[in-house]
Write a new protein. Structure first.
Length: 828
């Protein structure tokens, strides 16, 4: 019963109501109060959306209670705090995550049902917070959940974009982008802090001054913008702790003298002030390469400057000696995007706090830890010196100072190796003289982190070899992970209960290693039956969604084969499509009795292409062209269906992942730093069809290669390393490419360049070389799928082996080996 469950939860976690009560009656009253006083509707007449608004406000009240207690506790204990800086957080929806982490989902469901509403229906009213692009941004969100759950004293910092990642709409098979004005309907989760605001300065000039023979620099800015804080409480699971994600929004500065001579001047001056707000307007939608644009640099500095001011103010509230700074403050920079923070802290310490260079430098080097998510040098961020010099003149000087000292030091260590000195310099000479933000970050951080073991190897041997040879002790890796709270408990409640039932405990939600306990039941026919039943229910949900979003009806007997992620050449959605064409061609050429043996498939692809990424957009169109042909071929029927799910985002992922049988992670080996989608599928018992790239190598070690479908060779068996001759391009590959080239799917001219890129010498991502192996892995998946017991067993073993890929483990590793922070648990 509810009472028993509550008592149990209180015993387990010591969960206690705060000032607000959490029994269904009290929840009901709170919801109705919010209907009346917050949403301003009559408590006798409100619709689903208004009910959702009132519901979220009542949840928010409870979050705020915990948030206050947590911060009071942090203040009292004054532990070393982590400041997690990221330009992107892909939070998705908050409602279900919050009520589950607070431990009051069932109570809310009951309260709502008595009011005549269904919890699930209201939860669907919420839009996604999509303040990020892809893996990097979702990783930050998962890590925030783990940081809160594990009671670490942390603040997240980011930007409150008014426009999140664009909405993808498909018109005639082509991607179009629509603005995501996500704040349109209000955001119940944030708390605006008008009293927490800082001035951020840009442009202007730097002068050298002297007093009593001591020289110092004075930066007189040309423009000032206000940063206002918006706080987003992040509750942990099974703890009272709720941490803060502070996002900054730009507002016009208050200090502004208007000197107007007529009404027009005055009006224009006011209108121009409003331009300040554009800094935090829109998220850059490209997850490939750095845009050397002024607005982007402004965003980065705006976010960094406000965060650093806030952090230093908090430090100075309690401490008056900067020697203590590195013992109280740890900075984590999520890729190089926030790396101006390093220079900003140096600037504040030297120019404003009057520390000498040596002291300031030591403090900075002890405070910063840096994680890179990139595998190739082209992906590294570079900022043109001219741009930096005009927007942030003092910061450019400091970068030159860092570089000068570093280069002198390096020369003493390695001598006159000029090409190595050139490679390691922060400043890149060339047609466009630029600052290499990765070099800056490595030089000034105590730890450089990779995101998987193979990524770490690539960092050591290729990307940052020069730096690794100099400072091997700086380099580490923490294999990425995802939070099982969102990716099982929230998104797959059926599987969640099943796991708890068979493990006899819910403890795995905080200690995911316990999932390994499923292994001993993997062949148990009772569990297998229940496992399949759960999958079927999830497939029904997904099939409904597919029909509403694409109009295609799919059969539940078919294998749901899914590839959802950002569209990239290296992720090889094209390889998947060519495989689908091959399958279609085979079916077409089969006689009736052979057709009976075909395993029916629903091939599901989803993902956004960066607006300027032409090849990726062509891949989306090809997917639609193939789908059109296949889905309208009555001769093929349910044996093969192809669907492209539009506008893939976090909430769509929550629906798609639990409902898939097979998922594809087939990047060209050496190109995916880690990959985190695979971990979510693994937790949900979907079998993987994957190349041995990124984290997949570690997944294979955990679940055993016999429990997945491996494409191609392992990295250490790379044909280029001489173990085996590179496989030639098969006739099957030539045939499917020529079908596209010859216009079998229409749009002959449009797809020409795609086909050209697959020619032998231009096939950079090795689709031709891997095609046969890909088809073999697919054929193997078909053979296993018809053996229900074997498939289910592999599925259970996938979930059972997913424990390592929880972000809880990743965060523990960071806390111990990079940040030096300890849990700080708020008492009840
Ligand atoms: O980070 C991804 C990696 O590709 C993936 O392998 C890894 O699992 C994941 C988490 O570590 N990288 C990624 O998502 N990158 C971006 O989204 C991104 C965003 C912005 C920019 C560059 C990359 N930028 O230059 O502005």
């Amino acid at each position: 019963s509810l009472g028993e469950r509550r008592a149990k939860a209180e015993k387990m976690f010591g969960l206690m109501d705060g000032f607000l009560k959490n029994d269904p009656m009290s929840l009901q009253k709170d919801i109705l109060d919010h209907v009346e006083y917050t949403v301003a509707r009559s408590r006798f007449n409100f619709d689903d959306f208004e009910a959702f608004q009132a519901l979220s406000h009542s949840v928010r009240d409870r979050l705020i209670e915990r948030w206050h207690d947590t911060h009071q506790h942090f203040k009292k204990q004054d532990p070393k705090r982590l400041y997690f800086l990221s330009l992107e957080f892909l939070m998705g929806r908050s409602l279900s995550n919050s009520v589950i982490n607070l431990g009051i989902r069932d109570e809310y469901a009951e309260a709502l049902s008595q009011l005549g509403f269904e919890y699930e229906v209201l939860a669907e009213q919420e839009g996604d917070a999509a303040l990020g692009n892809g893996g990097l941004a979702r990783l930050s969100a998962c890590q925030m959940d783990s940081l809160a759950t594990l009671d670490y004293p942390v603040w997240g910092y980011g930007l409150r974009y008014q426009y999140g990642l664009f909405r993808q709409v498909i018109v005639d098979g082509y991607q179009h982008e629509q603005p995501d004005y996500w704040l349109n309907f209000g955001n119940p989760w944030e708390i605006e802090r008008i009293q927490v605001s800082y001035s951020v300065k840009f442009y202007g000039m730097v002068e050298e001054k002297a007093s009593n023979g001591v020289k110092y620099k004075v930066w007189t800015p040309g423009e000032t913008v206000e940063a206002v804080a918006y706080d987003n409480p992040i509750p942990g699971y099974g703890t009272r702790n709720a941490i803060n994600l502070r996002l900054w929004a730009a507002k016009p500065s208050g200090q502004y003298d208007l000197e107007s001579y007529n009404t027009g001047d005055y009006i224009n001056a006011i209108v121009n002030r409003q331009k300040a707000e554009t800094i935090s307007y829109v998220l850059y939608p490209d997850d490939r390469s750095y845009q050397g644009k002024e607005l982007r640099l402004k965003q980065q500095y705006f976010f960094v400057s406000a965060s650093v001011q806030d952090i230093i103010r908090r430090f100075k509230d309690v401490h008056d000696n900067f020697d203590e700074f590195p013992d109280k403050v740890a900075f984590q920079i999520n890729d190089t995007h926030p790396s101006l923070a390093i220079v900003e802290v140096l600037r504040v310490l030297i120019d404003e706090e009057c520390l000498d260079w040596g002291k300031a430098w030591e403090i900075v080097c002890r405070a910063f830890s840096f994680t890179t998510h990139t595998v190739n040098t082209e992906g590294l961020e570079k900022i043109p010196v001219d741009l930096l010099g005009s927007l942030l003149p003092r910061h450019l000087q400091i970068m030159y100072d860092i570089n000068h000292r570093f280069m002198e030091d390096l020369k003493r260590k390695i001598g006159q190796d000029y090409s190595r000195l050139e490679r390691m310099s922060i400043v890149e000479e060339g047609i466009v003289k630029s600052i290499r933000m990765a070099n800056l970050s490595i030089i000034c951080s105590h730890t450089v982190n990779g995101v998987s073991r193979v990524h770490f190897e690539l960092l050591k041997t290729r990307l940052f070899k020069d730096f690794y040879d100099l400072w091997p002790q700086k380099f580490q890796y923490k294999t990425n992970g995802v939070t099982q709270r969102r990716w099982i408990v929230v998104s797959n409640p059926g599987l969640c209960s099943l796991i708890s039932k068979w493990l006899g405990t819910e403890a795995w939600i905080r200690n995911v290693d316990l999932l390994a306990g499923l292994r001993e039941h993997a062949s148990n026919p009772v569990l297998q039956q229940e496992w399949r039943m759960t999958k079927t229910i999830n497939k029904m949900r997904l099939a409904d969604y597919i029909e509403t979003s694409t109009g295609v009806k799919v059969s539940l007997d078919a294998m749901f084969d899914v590839q959802v992620k950002r569209i990239h050449e290296y992720k090889r959605q094209l390889l998947n499509i060519l495989g689908i064409i091959y399958r279609y061609d085979c079916i077409k050429n089969m006689n009736k009795s052979d057709r009976k043996k075909v395993v029916p498939r629903v091939c599901i692809i989803g993902g956004k292409a960066a607006p300027g990424y032409e090849v990726a957009k062509k891949i989306i169109k090809l997917c639609h062209a193939v789908a059109d042909k296949v889905n309208n071929d009555d001769d093929v029927g349910d044996l093969l269906k192809v669907v492209f799910i539009p506008d893939y985002n976090v909430s769509v992922a929550e629906l798609v992942i639990p409902g898939s049988d097979l998922s594809q992670h087939i990047s060209t080996v050496g190109h995916e730093a880690s990959g985190t989608g695979s971990m979510k599928f693994l937790m949900n018992g979907c079998l993987l069809l994957a190349t041995a790239d990124g984290s997949t190598v570690e997944i294979i070690e955990e679940i055993g290669v016999e429990n997945m479908f491996l494409v191609g060779t392992k990295l250490h068996e790379d044909p280029q390393s001489g173990d085996k001759p590179a496989p030639g391009v098969s006739i099957q590959f030539i045939r499917v490419v020529s079908m596209v080239r010859n216009g079998y799917f229409g749009f002959k001219e449009y797809f020409n360049s795609l086909c050209d890129s697959l020619e032998d010498d231009k096939d950079f991502y090795k689709l031709g070389a891997d095609f046969s192996s890909y088809l073999e892995a697919q054929a193997m998946a078909d053979r296993v799928f018809v053996n229900k017991e074997k498939w289910t067993c592999m599925s259970i073993l996938s979930t059972a082996g997913s424990g390592k890929f929880s972000s809880d483990r990743t965060i523990e590793e960071y806390a111990k080996h990079a940040w030096g922070i300890e849990p700080c648990k708020c008492p009840f």
